[in-house]
Design a protein around this ligand. Structure first.
Ligand SMILES: [Zn+2]
Length: 239
């Protein structure tokens, strides 16, 4: 059995350590959530880009086709006009243009065939990208909702701990409480009250001085001479 002050302080410390753990966990949540949002946004943008790439090819096919139609129309008109032209040079110029158009049309038709292959590949790529990214988005949303629910649970538990604390704090004398609170607020200080294991301080791992061990055996509130943490020995009263 440990001294009474130890029991009271351990009960309080249990609440405070849990509270610290939960607050630290809660502090990580905003970053985790924004990471999930970023992951979802990247997936959505990636799908959008794949769709855009396919649409761009489709638009290029339409441009080629309308250019083919325009050239065909122009050639048809030139051929009709050429029958009425008297001057040989003018007639030759028209035939040259028609021949040039035929070459352009042939090139454009080859280009359209290639673009149609690209378009099929682009659509297949889009479907794959969309399937993959939809899964990423769904997972990110699920994880986000889990974090929201977790945050609610943590906040409820924190409220309960804060409500429990005053009653536990009342059982600790004010000098001990002052020391305990300052240790509690220290950065990365661990637990303010630590157990002695084989004569070694549970916080700084140095040997406890005989004077301090003597204080503990008398049931006095005792601190480690090295790290100033409150210390207790579970077997002290039986000695
Ligand atoms: Zn120590």
């Amino acid at each position: 059995m440990a001294a009474k002050w130890v029991e009271a302080l351990l009960a309080l410390q249990k609440v405070d350590m849990r509270q610290r753990e939960l607050e630290q966990r809660l502090a990580l949540l905003p970053r985790e959530m924004s990471e999930l949002k970023a992951r979802r946004d990247a997936a959505v943008a990636d799908t959008h880009a794949a769709a855009q790439a396919a649409r761009k090819i489709e638009a290029e096919i339409k441009n080629c086709e309308s250019e083919i139609a325009r050239l065909q129309d122009e050639s048809r008109k030139l051929q009709q006009q050429s029958a009425l032209v008297k001057k040989n040079t003018e007639y030759q110029a028209m035939l040259n243009t028609v021949a040039l158009n035929a070459k352009k049309i042939s090139d454009l038709e080859s280009r359209v065939l290639k673009l149609m292959d690209d378009f099929e590949a682009g659509k297949a790529h889009y479907r794959k990208v969309k399937t993959d990214n939809d899964a990423v988005t769904r997972l990110a949303r699920e994880e986000f909702e889990e974090l929201l629910a977790f945050a609610e649970d943590v906040k409820k538990e924190l409220a309960r701990l804060r409500a429990e604390r005053p009653e536990l704090a009342r059982k600790v004398d004010s000098d001990t409480m002052t020391r305990y609170n300052s240790l509690l607020k220290g950065k990365n200080a661990g637990a303010p009250l630590v157990k002695i294991e084989n004569g070694i301080c549970g916080h700084c791992h140095l040997r406890i001085t005989p004077q301090a061990m003597n204080g503990i055996s008398k049931g006095a509130v005792t601190v480690c001479d090295n790290c100033m943490h409150l210390i207790y020995d579970e077997g002290s009263e039986e000695l």
